[in-house]
Design a protein around this ligand. Sequence first.
Ligand code: MLT
Length: 248
Amino acid sequence: MQIDVFFTPGEVKPSDTAGRLVAVIDVLRASTSVAVALANGAKTVIPLEGADEVMTRAKQFERSEVRMAGEQKMVPIAGFDLGNSPLEFTAAAVEGKTVLLTTTNGTRALLGVQGARDIVVASYVNFSAVLTMMKVAARTNTDIAIVCAGHEGIFSLEDSSCAGRYVRAIPRRAGSVVMNDAASASVVIDRKYGDNLAKIFQDSSHGQALEAAGFVGDLAAAAALDSHSVVPIYQDRQITKLGPERER
Ligand code: MLT
């Protein structure tokens, strides 16, 4: 089986995701926020390209059914209900709601792979839950593509490190797995940091920027390994929680 990591969404061609299990990672902060929102009872999260798309789509819902969420340059968008801080996606804020989300990197990474069949949203907070899906893929010899959202089109340390943690944890028989170079590099990065997730964020430019902007609590939230056992599945342009009704 093949396990490929893509450090930025721009590297991914349709043939890289066709027939594979695809995991999209934006640790800081979109994939973390999506996992938290669904764990706290959001009905669905719909990733959208920009603020205008969110406002247009919101008109299709009763106002009370929907939450407009997202960031521009890390800060909440004016007039929206929520920003992109995982701490904002509480049950009180999102339970039973449709969350329309736009972010600089994470939602674009998702939109870029939306033709693929099986897409999951991965992060540290739902690491083991998503790993279970990857183990099923490995058992059935299904190739895996891990797509890092990166930061404004370039490599990001935290997404690559999280990708490496997945690559290392996927069970394999000797000689049975072929990896691309980015997958091998992501393993090296993850080995360097191990469980010291706070150090990854200290060393990452996006982590530093979030801290400087006052979002230090988000870094702690994003580092809360396995705090949510939720598998967000992106299908038919919306992300919902894998559960009994969507078991596959
Ligand atoms: C993104 O998706 O671009 C990020 O989550 C940006 C952020 O809000 O930190």
